[in-house]
Ligand binder design. Structure first.
Ligand code: A3P
Length: 296
């Protein structure tokens, strides 16, 4: 894969009211008709909210002891298929998920709640949703779009931030995503809504909450092992977790495991950008009860 020619960067287009790129819509019929199983666990996030972190936690919780060989041989994107992805360099996410022989299957999606295949609701699957404050999420997404050839060119930071506020991002508006999933939590009791900031503040506590949601009771020793394995510095060095094996991502431009901090937005936003963002944020988020922290 190393010397493969990279395709041109894709363009954004409107897909059922959500900005998208073809990599996530090419396989739409199979995505729409995807057959979930009752014990599937869906990991849902807006991009850059901590998907890989939570995916790794769940993988270690379920398979760290029973299938330790996974840890050295299978990259995270093969252990936890990305449902809507169709990058042509590995099989589409639906196919990878169909082939998984593990139970439960861990499946990742960035789809806004209204586009999730109906079978996940019919099967009443457990869902872990991770949300991250908008400012850090935007910064992380900017650096990701710089290094990820499969996404549109980010352009300069100022224009990018405006695009973020306008919802013209791959997977659409952050505001609609986090609020849409928050509303769904009110009716789907098997949805655990986690904040990235809480995980950074106290990973042990969040691990406990996650286990209680999943109905797991690992020993204290096992929980410590999981916590150690998913620390930022450990994951950054782990080639099975840091996306260094994917040719469309150039980790020399910006590493996938970049900083892993809360509040890095302060190194990117000017005072004027921050004020404008906050004012716009209040308007867009006035009808929701979900609360975010931009510092811990
Ligand atoms: P930064 O770009 O701010 O560093 P996703 O997996 O949804 O694409 O999210 C990626 C973001 O989560 C990146 O944020 C990455 O560094 C951060 N991240 C990944 N693993 C982490 C960990 N173990 N602890 C803290 N942050 C982590």
């Amino acid at each position: 894969m190393e010397n493969m020619e990279l395709p041109p960067r894709p363009k954004l287009f409107d897909f059922h009211g959500v900005s998208m790129i073809h990599h996530f819509t090419d396989n739409w019929e199979n995505i729409r008709n995807f057959q979930a199983r009752p014990d599937d666990i869906l990991i849902a996030t807006y991009p850059k909210a901590g998907t890989t972190w939570v995916s790794y936690i769940l993988d270690l919780l379920y398979f760290g002891q029973t299938a330790p060989e996974r840890q050295t041989s299978l990259p995270i994107y093969e252990r936890v298929p990305f449902l809507e992805s169709d990058f042509h360099i590995i099989p589409p996410g639906t196919e990878l998920a169909d082939k998984l022989s593990t139970s439960p299957r861990l499946i990742k999606t960035h789809l806004p709640v209204q586009l999730v295949p109906k079978s996940f609701w019919e099967q009443n699957c457990r869902i872990v949703y991770v949300a991250r404050n908008a400012k850090d999420n935007a910064v992380s997404y900017f650096h990701f779009d710089r290094m990820n050839q499969a996404h549109p060119e980010p352009g300069d930071w100022n224009n990018y931030l405006q695009r973020f506020m306008d919802g013209k991002m791959v997977f659409g508006s952050w505001y609609d995503h986090v609020t849409g999933w928050w509303e769904r939590k009110q009716t789907h009791s098997k949805l655990h809504y986690v904040f990235y900031e809480d995980m950074v503040e106290d990973t042990r506590r969040e691990l406990d909450r996650l286990c209680s949601f999943l109905g797991l009771s690992p020993s204290a020793e096992e929980k410590e092992r999981v916590r150690g394995g998913v620390q930022f510095d450990t994951m950054k060095k782990n080639s099975m977790a840091n996306y260094s094996t994917i040719p469309i991502m150039d980790i020399k431009i910006s590493p996938f495991m970049r900083k892993g901090k809360v509040g890095d937005w302060k190194n990117h936003f000017t005072v004027a950008q921050s004020e404008q963002f906050d004012e716009d944020f209040k308007k867009k988020m006035k009808n929701t009860t979900v609360q975010f922290r931009t510092v811990v």
